[in-house]
Design a protein around this ligand. Structure first.
Ligand code: 8YV
Length: 322
């Protein structure tokens, strides 16, 4: 009908999104880029909103297929897979799903840090293998007790991680390009200088060109032989080849990784190392938190098509009076 609002659901199936819209909304679905070719010109011409439901590459070339596009509602707090510069230039609003996942991802970061230091996964395997009866599990070299953590990125999630470390009586400093507002921890504008002063890095900074391979061989060298790297941000932020070399040579002690350069592919070399804990990008992946993120994808679109400002626009496409 004439007042229909056509939306494209782009990416993996999400029941909360699929079931979140009634008339006048009309939903079209493409799980991956190749499926876009299946949309008729007529349908492409009607689509006014796109929900990006996972980490599907959403370039300007993809978005420019929709001449009436007004809004891209992206799942996840990170949006390096969406061409925000194209959106800003073409007067398309982009929203993400911040806040609702902050505490969940911070929980994951702290859990991964402790699991890495205290070797929880190896210890679990030890029990399952029936080895406990023959001798006690060896003492872990790693501990949270004698550490100083440098957080790379002090946004909402970084601050939630810092709060958990405060409660655990672990000293915290941080690196970011600019000091974070209202944060008392010591700020290092220079990452290498910070890496020399700490023994633990927790990476929680946006992905994309500006942070590509920020954690490189030089940073790992500066971190030193007690060094532990935790990454719950994007795989692109770490030079994975340099990390593998550093883990093998003892340049650093260990790493806990929730994200990888080429997900879901994890290099064989990394998978065979004993001093790493590897998670399949599950930082926010609980039912309760993913439902809240899915709902925010829906609510941003509904607010927009109700004539209201979007709830959580990204910085590149700020809230506009409507
Ligand atoms: C998602 C994330 O797993 O919010 C983010 O930035 O990385 C995760 O919550 C990711 O968006 C994949 O869908």
């Amino acid at each position: 009908s004439a007042d229909a609002i056509d939306l494209l659901i782009y990416g993996p199936r999400k029941p909360v999104v699929d079931d979140g819209f009634a008339a006048p909304y009309v939903l079209h679905r493409c799980e991956q880029q190749a499926d876009l070719d299946g949309l008729s010109d007529e349908v492409r011409g009607r689509i006014r909103g796109v929900a990006v439901t996972g980490l599907v590459p959403t370039s300007g070339a993809v978005l420019s297929r929709f001449p009436r596009l007004e809004i891209v509602s992206s799942f996840g707090v990170g949006y390096d897979h969406v061409d925000a510069a194209w959106a800003a230039q073409n007067d398309v609003v982009v929203t993400n799903t911040p806040d609702v996942l902050t505490e969940e991802v911070a929980d994951t970061a702290l859990g991964l840090l402790i699991a890495t230091l205290r070797e929880f996964i190896r210890a679990d395997k030890y029990v399952r293998a029936g080895l406990w009866a023959s001798q006690p599990y060896p003492l872990s070299v790693g501990s949270l007790r004698d550490r100083k953590v440098g957080i790379v990125g002090m946004g909402r999630i970084g601050q939630a991680i810092a709060r958990r470390l405060d409660a655990s009586l672990v000293p915290v400093v941080y690196h970011s390009r600019k000091p974070a507002e209202g944060v008392a921890y010591q700020h290092y504008p220079d990452l290498i200088a910070m890496a020399k002063e700490v023994d633990t890095l927790v990476v929680i900074i946006p992905g994309g060109a500006a942070t590509n391979k920020l954690i490189n061989a030089e940073v790992l060298q500066a971190l030193g032989p007690r060094g532990v790297l935790i990454n719950v941000a994007r795989g692109s932020v770490v030079d994975e080849t340099a990390l593998i070399a550093a883990l093998k040579s003892g340049t650093i002690l260990a790493a806990g990784l929730d994200v990888f350069a080429d997900e879901p592919n994890v290099p064989e070399e990394l998978r065979t190392l004993g001093n790493v804990v590897l998670l399949p990008h599950i930082g926010s992946a609980s039912v309760v938190t993913r439902n809240a993120m899915d709902q925010l994808v829906v609510d941003n679109l509904k607010a927009w098509f109700d004539g209201k400002p979007p709830l959580t626009p990204i910085a590149e496409t700020p809230v506009r009076e409507r």
